[in-house]
Design a protein around this ligand. Structure first.
Ligand code: FES
Length: 339
């Protein structure tokens, strides 16, 4: 039996390795060219201590000086001893370069670029190498702006590729933005584009309680990938509610996909809220105006938020105002870059 192990490094790089249930994570990583820091390799020194964020595993043999009981029960493990019993996400407390690895780079070409609205493009990249790409739902990649070799932009994957040779993104149309200018003026099917990744700590954790997803503008993208993954895994026993905030009605995109998810996932609901007071949508204002007590479930909720920094701060302030401490709060801030 071989399991898929995502190694998340401190610098945001994620690398995937396969690991048989019989070998340790250190040995499997080494076999695949990744040198997780270690010293004794016998469970005695704690050099290889890591945190297992998701998945099941056996801890192996070690002494308590290397891993205390408290650490073991709170998800820490020794990578030289742990053997996976399922796919796992493992946080490695050092940068990728220190482990003799780095992010993967992919040569792709544009399959399709589409204007979904005045403010949003959909970009689909394809390439044979993408068949081997793996990422956690919610993560992002860096796209190099063609013709601007020094410049790249970070975008969240908006679908799970599931072994296909293509990936998709939602890209905000930023007036004067390098990537926006490229997409408006020069992008054509077949244009070459280099992608690196995956990156980031904003990704879907195991579903163990209700989930509240808060998306601002193109911050919808990672949630579409997360919902793809939840569908692929057979759904969620807990309610999932998505609040999708935009500035004007013209900014609303991908509602058909969200509607489709409500049919695929009986526990999934969503609402769109629009800042513009003249919106035709029933919910007007910011997402914080539409977070209901039932969404917060007295704190027994995992909150995921992807949006601009003021939105992240407004939601954090809202939680303080209503005196709710959520079980977890994961967020991704993004801001537009022009140069
Ligand atoms: Fe010493 Fe793993 S290398 S405990």
């Amino acid at each position: 039996m071989s399991y898929n192990i995502a190694l998340n490094f401190e610098d945001g790089v994620t690398r995937f390795i396969n690991c048989s249930g019989a070998e340790s994570v250190v040995d499997a990583a080494y076999r695949q060219g990744i040198n997780i820091p270690m010293d004794c390799r016998e469970g005695a020194c704690s050099t290889c201590k890591c945190r297992v964020e998701t998945g099941t595993y056996s801890l192996g043999d070690y002494i308590e000086d290397a891993l205390s009981k408290e650490e073991a029960t709170s998800g820490y493990a020794l990578a030289c001893q742990m053997r996976p019993k399922s796919d796992c996400v493992v946080l490695i407390p050092t940068g990728s370069a220190a482990c003799n690895t780095k992010q993967e780079s992919y040569a792709t070409r544009i399959a399709e670029v589409r204007r979904l609205s005045d403010s949003t493009f959909s970009l689909v990249l394809e390439g044979d190498a993408l068949k081997g790409l793996e990422f956690l739902p919610g993560q992002y990649a860096n796209l190099q702006v063609p013709g601007e070799e020094q410049h790249h932009r970070a975008y969240s994957f908006s679908t799970m590729n599931g072994g296909r040779d293509s990936v998709s993104f939602l890209i905000r149309n930023v007036p004067g933005g390098l990537m926006s200018n490229f997409l408006r003026e020069r992008a054509q099917p077949g244009t070459a584009l280099t992608m690196t990744g995956p990156f980031g700590s904003f990704y879907l954790r195991p579903r163990v309680r209700p989930i509240l997803m808060l998306a601002g503008g193109t911050g919808l993208a990672p949630f579409l990938a997360m919902l793809d993954k939840i569908v692929a895994e057979g759904g969620s026993p807990y309610p999932i509610h998505l609040l999708y905030g935009v500035n004007t009605d013209r900014d609303i995109v991908e509602v058909e996909r969200l509607e489709a998810f409500t049919h695929l996932l009986p526990n999934f609901t969503f609402a769109v809220c629009v800042v513009d007071a003249n919106s035709a949508q029933p919910k007007k204002g910011y997402v914080t105006h539409h977070i209901e007590p039932s969404h917060l479930n007295e704190g027994e909720v995992d909150i995921y938020l992807c949006g601009p920094p003021p939105m992240v701060e407004a939601v954090a302030q809202h939680l303080r105002d209503v005196d709710v401490k959520s079980a977890s709060f994961h967020f991704e801030k993004f801001s537009a870059s022009i140069s």
